[in-house]
Design a protein. Structure first.
Length: 172
């Protein structure tokens, strides 16, 4: 087992130990933290199995040529459009977006489009946008999207070009 993996396991165990001690001592903050962590864990485990099945089907059914055509080096602005559209329909937030991004990368998507997808998955998911518009107002949501989307696209393209220029290769 690698040193990094041991460190991650140690952090999780320390967190669990601290929350357990706080819970047993009856400290309200510890009890709230414990309830939140358990609830969060259950929510993740409800979404991830379905997402991983769909990602597995994507790996098997979608041809690399299709991904390269729509998300690859020659896709240009169209690749960013498809990334935004895919991100808008992604359910499960970034917990699902990162495995999808890896699957896209393995099939030939370029890094800039992957970064656009991840950024868009954080800001343009349709259910989240509807929820936001309901509580914050449609004007706020439109302004946020008008500002956020170009920033995501520009930063994704700049980061993708920088990493490509320096020969970065994702190890999967």
């Amino acid at each position: 087992m690698s040193k990094g993996k041991k460190f991650e396991i140690a952090l999780v165990l320390i967190f669990g130990l601290v929350v357990g001690v706080l819970w047993l001592r009856g400290i309200p903050a510890g009890q709230g933290l414990g309830r939140t962590a358990v609830g969060f864990g259950f929510n993740i485990f409800k979404v991830l199995p379905c997402a991983f099945v769909l990602i597995g089907l994507f790996e098997v059914w979608v041809k690399p040529e299709t991904v390269e055509k729509h998300f690859g080096a020659q896709s240009g602005l169209q690749g960013h459009f498809w990334a935004m559209l895919l991100a808008g329909t992604t359910v499960g937030g970034l917990y699902v977006a990162f495995p999808v991004a890896v699957a896209l990368y393995r099939k030939g998507a370029r890094l800039a489009v992957i970064f656009a997808y991840i950024g868009a998955a954080a800001i343009v998911r349709i259910p989240m946008t509807i929820f936001e518009a309901t509580f914050m107002g449609i004007q706020f949501t439109i302004i946020r999207l008008i500002i956020s989307i170009p920033l995501v696209l520009v930063s994704a393209e700049l980061l993708g070009r920088f990493l490509h220029k320096h020969g970065y290769v994702l190890r999967t």
